[in-house]
Write a protein that binds this ligand. Structure first.
Ligand code: DGP
Length: 114
């Protein structure tokens, strides 16, 4: 999608500190990290948010989550854990309209969020 920041990261038009990529997804460090570990896992395909997932996306969602878990472990979060977050639309605090999983770790995180 033309004016989507994350589509531009997927295409390489905007640089990002990439951690992992394959045919379906991309993982990269968040530009504004809120924890020592803070990266995003996104589908290459432009899906606006979790409300727009279709039944045929189930396998993709499993892949996104599994890769988020695998990379969190690789980045040192296996023992103490991490937070896996999907913000959705305005009430959910979503600012970039391209589905993404935040993975935050490396420090204790408060709950509930504000
Ligand atoms: P959300 O509020 O859930 O939509 O989070 C969007 C996140 O995306 C936010 O933590 C900052 C991050 N972000 C926005 N623009 C860029 C960018 O150009 N590069 C990278 N690496 N991260 C970005």
């Amino acid at each position: 999608m033309d004016n989507c920041i994350f589509c531009k990261i997927v295409s390489g038009a905007i640089p990002a500190k990439r951690i992992y990529e394959d045919d379906e997804l991309l993982a990269f460090h968040d530009v504004s990290p809120q924890a020592p570990v803070h990266f995003l896992v996104i589908p290459r395909r432009h899906i606006r948010n979790i409300m727009e997932l279709a039944p045929e996306d189930v396998a993709l969602v499993g892949h996104l989550l599994h890769k988020a878990q695998e990379l969190a472990a690789k980045l040192g979060c296996a023992e103490k854990g991490a937070r896996f977050v999907i913000n959705c639309k305005s009430d959910g605090g979503q600012t970039v309209d391209h589905l993404h999983i935040h993975v935050l770790g490396g420090r204790p995180l408060a709950w509930p969020p504000g």
